[in-house]
Design a protein around this ligand. Structure first.
Ligand code: 5GP
Ligand code: ZN
Length: 140
């Protein structure tokens, strides 16, 4: 049995401001929001990484995200939404239970695009790009 903050929220042992719930997914407000309305969407079952999710749970999670994005945007009168997953510790995942972030964005909020999460861009040759595309394709 893993000791996990989000499992405790799913089980009702920790309070949360729940905004959506069904059999397989739960969505609630982030406790330390990046913007008003910052919402997290989690599978109820404990899985650490996206690749650990069974197909049906992954599909359910995307469906919930798809519904929540416009709902969150309207609720806080935002101009746009950034959707993101920190998938793995090296990407900044702090809670090891899959969660999608729905972050409302406002004109002039200074937040930048997802591209801002990276520092220097790699200088990749055409050959290297071909190799990477082939490697991804083989494993897709
Ligand atoms: P990560 O860095 O793992 O992608 O994001 C984890 C998120 O969970 C953070 O944005 C953080 O504010 C949020 N969070 C951490 N603990 C709690 C909690 O107990 N309740 C809620 N609602 N959010 C939490
Ligand atoms: Zn968990």
């Amino acid at each position: 049995m893993v000791d996990c903050i989000f499992c405790r929220i799913v089980d009702g042992d920790l309070p949360s401001r729940t905004v959506y719930e069904d059999d397989s997914a739960l969505a609630f407000l982030d406790a330390n929001p990046l913007a008003p309305g910052h919402t997290l969407v989690v599978p109820k079952a404990h899985h650490e990484r996206l690749d650990d999710l069974p197909d049906d749970l992954a599909a359910d999670l995307l469906a919930v995200l798809y519904d929540l994005v416009p709902a969150v945007e309207r609720a806080v009168d935002a101009d746009a939404i950034t959707v993101g997953f920190n998938d793995g510790a090296a990407a900044g995942q702090e809670v090891p239970h899959v969660h999608g972030h729905v972050v409302p964005r406002f004109e002039g909020d200074g937040g930048g695009p997802i591209h801002a999460a990276m520092g220097r861009r790699p200088d990749l040759s055409e050959e290297k790009l071909d190799d990477i595309a082939a490697a991804i394709g083989e494993r897709g």
